[in-house]
Design a protein around this ligand. Structure first.
Ligand code: PEP
Length: 256
């Protein structure tokens, strides 16, 4: 595990490339060097803003990382509407979100497809951020452990032990996403610990220590600190609260 937290803002289908410029500039203005010493801050805009943010980050030497929200597993070809891992890597994308619950629920994402995307992302030297999480009914039926470990095992199939340790996992209970209701820190930590144990069981204790595990689901400036201090939570995947520069800056500066 890294001493630095990893905080990823998932902008989902929000902000045009012009609006994205305003947000990154305001965010940069609100953060200082010590914030970036403590946290790796990654922005995952829609595809349409990636090139714009990459250019700004490079030109102004901003210490932000770049993330993408989706990827196709093939390198190129007749796949209308899709974007390949190679194309993302060329834009200096470092992280790719895979298996987000919105894609699982709305776009037929299966564990098999998640696995294909994970392998394509790793092959291009980027880090997949594999999202796993249970729905409310699964939780109420006592199925959390089974659901998240099945999703994680599916995502990590056909990888080497080394690759398994390189993946970032985001525990995102579906009932907490965009609802204003977050998992309490103790429960989130227990699930993240289980996910770490799952990686250890599949790839050895070294990979289990190395893998970064994030919590996501209604993270905001008021609850982030209680989550980030937990042993098995290495960072946060932030949706709604990452769209506003003041709010996201307050999330990044959670220790203040
Ligand atoms: C997400 O979509 O990954 C997410 C965590 O959203 P929110 O923070 O808005 O719940």
């Amino acid at each position: 595990m890294d001493a630095k937290s990893l905080i990823i803002g998932n902008w989902k289908m929000n902000l045009s490339h012009l609006e994205a410029i305003v947000v990154i500039q305001k965010l940069w203005y609100r953060l200082d060097t010590s914030d970036f010493d403590r946290a790796e801050v990654v922005l995952a805009p829609p595809f349409t803003a990636l090139r714009t943010l990459q250019t700004l980050i490079m030109a102004d030497r901003m210490p932000f990382g770049l993330g993408a929200q989706h990827v196709h597993w093939e390198r190129e070809g007749a796949f209308t509407g899709e974007v390949s891992a190679r194309m993302l890597a060329k834009l200096d994308v470092g992280y790719v979100i895979v298996g987000h619950s919105e894609r699982r629920a709305m776009f037929g994402e299966t564990d098999e497809l998640v696995n294909k995307r994970v392998r394509a992302v790793l092959a291009e030297g980027m880090t997949p951020v594999v999202c796993v999480g249970e729905t409310l009914s699964e939780r109420e039926a006592g199925g959390t452990e089974r659901v998240v470990t099945t999703q994680l095992r599916g995502a990590l199939r056909r990888l080497t032990a080394e690759q398994r340790g390189q993946v970032t996992v985001a525990y995102e209970p579906v009932w907490a996403i965009g609802t204003g209701r977050h998992a309490d820190a103790g429960t989130a930590n227990e699930v993240c610990s289980l996910l770490r144990d799952t990686v250890s069981a599949m790839a050895g204790p070294r990979a289990g220590e190395q893998v970064r595990i994030l919590y996501g689901g209604s993270v905001n400036p008021g609850n982030v600190a209680s989550l980030m201090v937990k042993r098995h939570i290495d960072g946060a995947l932030v949706g709604g609260a990452s769209l506003d520069p003041d709010t996201f800056a307050a999330v990044v500066r959670y220790w203040l």
